[in-house]
Design a protein around this ligand. Structure first.
Ligand code: GLU
Length: 268
């Protein structure tokens, strides 16, 4: 598959915890199977795919049989350590079915903030993995990133940083919401989905209510901040509902799906 200009693209896809896990913290098998199938197909069509996957903490607390997402740091870190294995085991198994090779990259804020050697190493490794045809899967290194100095904090921001770093064409944030609405659709049933945002004005920023889901970390405000970062670096960003992974086909072809934030392309 090619986009509307007949080109293949470099696409960063961020999958949120609410897309990957049931409220119990256990894996949503049907969902992850379909996601891996669609991403494999996009890769077969010639697109480069980089996956930023949340879900380590949720998968870990599910596997450790804890009753809910932990709130204290050591239990979160322990859950992430367990869950990251489970996540990569699952991705490895599913992508291998479609003959794709996955690679795990775990990073923290000091690895990529402010340039420097570690960011360069990260960038070089990522580019080499793409040249080698591998599918990089990135998450925050939750077992060592604990505070505002070491942690990026949410994977919407991490995905935006990765998109800018590798000059991707498109970032897709798959979440438990269809896109950006004119008001909070949970409290305003007549709220309308906004299909295209060309400028992220203060009025657009004010549409975020900041709330994350019970399982994950981000909310609409982290997504809008990600959009601001990504569009000003020249890439498009789309927020779409991860419950429908086949939307990725429409998004890659530039067709309407979710909310698209248009890149601010520099005039030549
Ligand atoms: N790194 C966290 C995890 O894998 C998720 C962060 C987020 O949801 O934004 O559980």
């Amino acid at each position: 598959m090619e986009n509307e200009k007949g080109l293949t693209m470099r696409i960063v896809i961020k999958v949120g915890t609410s897309t990957l896990a049931h409220p119990t913290g256990r894996l949503n098998i049907q969902r992850i199977e379909l996601l891996c199938k669609v991403m494999s197909d996009l890769k077969n069509a010639g697109h480069q795919i980089i996956l930023v996957s949340s879900g380590a903490i949720a998968m870990g607390f599910g596997k450790l049989n804890l009753p809910e997402r932990p709130k204290d740091v050591p239990t979160k870190q322990a859950s992430a350590a367990v869950g990251q294995c489970e996540l990569m085991y699952t991705y490895d198994k599913l992508f291998t079915e479609y003959n794709h090779t996955v690679a795990q990259l775990l990073i923290t804020r000091p690895d990529i903030a402010g340039g420097g050697r570690r960011r360069e190493n990260f960038h070089v490794t990522l580019e080499r993995l793409l040249e080698l045809g591998a599918l990089p899967i990135i998450n925050e290194n939750d077992t060592v990133a604990t505070d505002e100095i070491t942690s990026i904090g949410d994977n919407d921001t991490l995905a935006a940083i990765v998109t800018c770093c590798i000059k991707a064409d498109l970032l897709v944030l798959l979440s438990d919401i269809d896109g950006l609405y004119t008001a909070n659709p949970h409290t305003h049933p007549d709220a309308k989905l906004i299909p295209l945002v060309e400028d992220i004005t203060p009025e657009v920023m004010a549409l975020a209510d900041g709330a994350g889901s019970a399982l994950g970390t981000g909310g609409m405000s982290t997504k809008l901040r990600a959009a601001r970062m990504v569009t000003s670096s020249g890439a498009d960003m789309v927020i779409a509902n991860g419950a429908h992974p086949e939307l990725l086909y429409d998004i890659a072809e530039g067709r309407a799906a979710g909310t698209r934030f248009a890149a601010h392309r520099q005039e030549a």
